[in-house]
Design a protein. Structure first.
Length: 349
């Protein structure tokens, strides 16, 4: 089936899939490598999965494989029982690409599994060989790009593992928080954005990194309670409450920390529009629509988790997709939507 036809089905499935209740039996039964990649992508790359499907077939597949490998690294970082075992798994995963085909991925060490998201991420690591088979079908140039992403990201995550240890499980200042955002989300975000927007090497890097910080800070503000229970925090005020479930008086401290993180994020809100404006996309561009959709999804994340007391505009994925589509034909429409999301974030903050 031609990809432009299959894309319609994949987009529809991305809208309808229940990310909170994955069909584990279905994901375990898939044997076709590419089918598995597209089936698990909405669970592994929530904000990026639909934007990836707006790309041309070749770029979409490269982005999907790169992002699934990035998610596997996240899984080792998040679910390993100790930082030492996480570092060993991160290094081992990057080193497996020294052979062709890549060596087997190590299992995620036994640790508490908190929710369905954790379980689906573990399943992804368990079925890594299917992603490897799609990786081996990519061109040598694309394989090199994917391996570069994995190696850089594994190194950055290992470096920050040591920093977390030195600071008692907490990133104590904005410099380290933003550095972590760039290492964990910045590298895969730059990888995808280069495919989306064809950013020339070395150009617009600051704006691209600020976009990645905006996206990753949305994830951090969403997961404050979950991370705290795991013994991780991104604000010094939370250090005394590591291991807490976030209830009782701790909720007040969390609210203050979340406020500070959101303020840090909203300073980066204009970067997305600057980046899209700076890249000379053609008049007809699915990448422009994908970028607008990515910003809408990021805005929805902040509205849902950071501003729960506000009454947000309806933000269904299907509605956001329809809102994004005209941007493929109209740069003016894209700018209008990006400005609106930017102003919503600033007004809420």
């Amino acid at each position: 089936m031609p990809f432009f036809i299959r894309r319609i089905w994949l987009l529809a499935r991305g809208v309808l899939v229940d990310r909170d209740h994955p069909r584990f039996d279905r994901l375990r039964s898939i044997e076709d490598p590419e089918e598995f990649v597209w089936a698990i992508l909405p669970h592994a790359a929530r904000s990026f999965s639909i934007s990836i499907l707006f790309l041309p077939e070749k770029a979409a597949l490269v982005a999907a494989v790169g992002y699934l490998y990035a998610r596997m690294l996240d899984t080792y970082e998040d679910l390993s029982p100790s930082r030492a075992s996480a570092r060993a798994s991160l290094t081992g995963f990057a080193n497996r690409f020294a052979t062709n085909p890549p060596g087997p991925a190590s299992v995620v060490p036994a640790s508490p599994v908190f929710d369905a998201r954790d379980r689906v991420h573990i399943l992804l690591v368990e079925r890594c060989q299917l992603v490897d088979e799609v990786f081996l079908r990519l061109s040598p140039e694309d394989q090199k790009s994917v391996v570069g992403l994995v190696e850089e990201m594994a190194t950055a995550m290992s470096d920050y593992s040591y920093i977390f240890e030195q600071q008692g499980g907490v990133l104590e200042d904005q410099h380290h928080v933003l550095g972590y955002c760039r290492g964990v989300m910045g590298l895969p975000a730059l990888f995808v954005m280069n495919l989306l927007l064809d950013i020339p090497s070395g150009e617009h890097t600051d704006d691209a990194y600020e976009v990645s910080e905006l996206i990753q800070l949305a994830n951090i503000t969403r997961d404050v309670e979950k991370d705290l229970e795991r013994g991780v925090a991104y604000h010094p005020a939370l250090k005394a409450h590591l291991g807490s479930d976030g209830g009782g008086d701790v909720a007040v401290v969390i609210a203050g920390a979340r406020r500070d993180l959101v303020m840090l994020a909203t300073e980066r809100a204009p970067s997305f529009r600057r980046l899209v404006d700076a890249v000379n996309l053609p008049r007809l561009s699915g990448a422009r629509a994908a970028a607008v959709l990515m910003m809408l999804l990021t805005g929805r994340s902040y509205e849902t988790y950071a501003f729960p007391s506000r009454t947000p505009r309806p933000r269904r994925i299907a509605t956001m997709m329809l809102t994004s589509l005209p941007a493929a034909f109209s740069p003016r429409w894209a700018d209008r939507i990006l400005v609106r999301v930017e102003e919503d974030l600033l007004a809420a903050a």
